[in-house]
Design a protein around this ligand. Structure first.
Ligand SMILES: NC(=O)C1=CN([C@@H]2O[C@H](COP(=O)(O)OP(=O)(O)OC[C@H]3O[C@@H](n4cnc5c(N)ncnc54)[C@H](OP(=O)(O)O)[C@@H]3O)[C@@H](O)[C@H]2O)C=CC1
Ligand SMILES: CC[C@H]1OC(C)=C(O)C1=O
Length: 361
């Protein structure tokens, strides 16, 4: 199947000893729907490389909720044309560079989120493939101490955590409550707040089995949301970061699950949380802000959509290479490339601890 490419078709030829095939294996879908629309295509055209792009031989990819929401057609109005090869996060080796590429060379080990604007025309040919083409400005050199699977899980989640903290004006000496501290974004929001921004206090929520994990990431206080409601605590915070987000209902709309102390995560298992933004405003200090990633938002809450930026990864690389900030890979993975549907099904339970990784590819 040929995929439209944003650049003039380039002939994939042998360059500098690297043989780039004309076709590749990739996961794709022709229609919107649940994970059953995914198919493994053995002969997808290797994407052409624009003058400002590089071609990456994919070693690992990470799944994000936006992949599932996009496949469900939630953003079809601004999506690129079908068929789609999904996947935002990539880690791999550069095998071809465009004529205007300056800071990356063939053989470099890189990582990044391949879609500058997550919902506005995401690439038709994504990272769940043997090759993907991506703008140099969206990539950074992989941290030397991380393997490809660990690196692949960082870009979109760490860029979201970083952008949310920046937009909230978070800074040293401030306090923060992270809702959903065990997730891809939440686990990085805790670490960045504590170890990069210099938080005076970090509190976070998760279910019972994950409380010690929150502490290990840097949380001073771990709140078990199955036993207590964070919005009934007396403490108030300079920033509340809602990294739980909203549910993904592929089926007909269901009533929003109200979080109650007796609720167990299993009751919410098919949801990405139930949008905690409204309750978050009850525990934010006067003049503080609430970071909302999806769903309803009321002031002092704000919502944003992550922008991919290789320079943010570059800036955070020292924290990653020193071990101050660590990737969290869900131990059910990494999933084999052939197990991508199973991996999406697991992600869509809303119970992933850190990132769901596909590797090797
Ligand atoms: N606006 C934007 O640009 C972006 C938006 N998002 C959105 O943010 C949300 C989170 O994304 P991501 O981190 O990748 O999601 P994940 O799939 O990684 O989140 C899974 C985690 O959520 C936790 N969780 C679920 N419900 C609750 C709850 N009620 N309270 C506390 N923790 C809970 C689970 O912990 P447990 O098992 O203990 O419940 C689990 O560890 C999604 O809705 C996503 O679409 C993400 C990135 C960018
Ligand atoms: C509405 C926010 C949307 O954008 C991303 C990247 C998600 O995961 C979303 O839900």
């Amino acid at each position: 199947v040929a995929y439209a490419s944003s650049s003039s078709p380039a002939v994939n030829t042998a360059e500098a000893g690297v043989v780039v095939p004309a076709t590749m294996k990739a996961w794709a879908y022709d229609d919107y729907g649940d994970a059953s629309v995914l198919r493994l295509d053995e002969a997808v055209a290797v994407p052409a490389v624009g003058e400002d792009q590089v071609l990456v031989r994919v070693a690992a990819a990470a799944l994000n909720p936006v992949d599932s929401k996009r496949r469900a057609g939630k953003f079809k109005a601004t999506d690129s044309p079908l068929p789609t090869v999904p996947g935002y996060d990539v880690a791999g080796v550069v095998v071809k560079i465009g004529s205007k590429v300056k800071s990356i060379k063939e053989g470099d080990e890189v990582y990044g989120n391949i879609n500058e604007k997550a919902l506005e025309g995401p690439k038709q040919s994504g990272s769940l493939a043997e090759y993907t083409a991506v703008e140099e400005k969206l990539l950074a050199l992989k941290p030397k101490n991380l393997d490809f699977a660990q690196a692949a899980g960082l870009p979109l989640a760490i860029e979201t955590a970083h952008e949310g903290l920046e937009r909230a004006g978070f800074s040293a000496g401030k306090s923060i409550l992270v809702l959903g501290g065990a997730g891809g974004v939440g686990s990085l929001a805790i670490q960045l707040a504590k170890h990069v921004f210099g938080a005076s206090k970090v509190a976070a929520t998760a279910s019972t089995p994950k409380l010690e994990l929150l502490k290990s990431l840097g949380a001073d206080v771990a709140i078990d949301y199955t036993k207590e409601n964070f919005d009934e605590q007396p403490e108030k915070y300079d920033v509340v970061f809602d990294a739980v987000g909203n549910k993904l209902s592929l089926a007909a709309e269901r009533p929003t699950k109200q979080q109650t102390p007796s609720a167990s995560p299993d009751n919410a298992s098919s949801f990405w949380g139930s949008g905690q933004g409204e309750k978050a405003v009850k525990v934010v200090k006067e003049g503080g802000s609430v970071v909302v990633l999806t769903g309803a938002v009321t002031p002092p809450g704000f919502r944003f959509v992550v922008t991919s930026d290789g320079s943010v990864l570059q800036k955070l690389n020292p924290y990653l290479e020193s071990g101050k900030v660590k990737p969290l890979v869900d131990t059910k993975g990494p999933f084999a490339f052939s197990q991508t549907v199973e991996a999406f099904s697991y992600l869509e339970t809303g119970r992933a601890t850190g990132k769901v990784i596909i590797s090797p590819i």
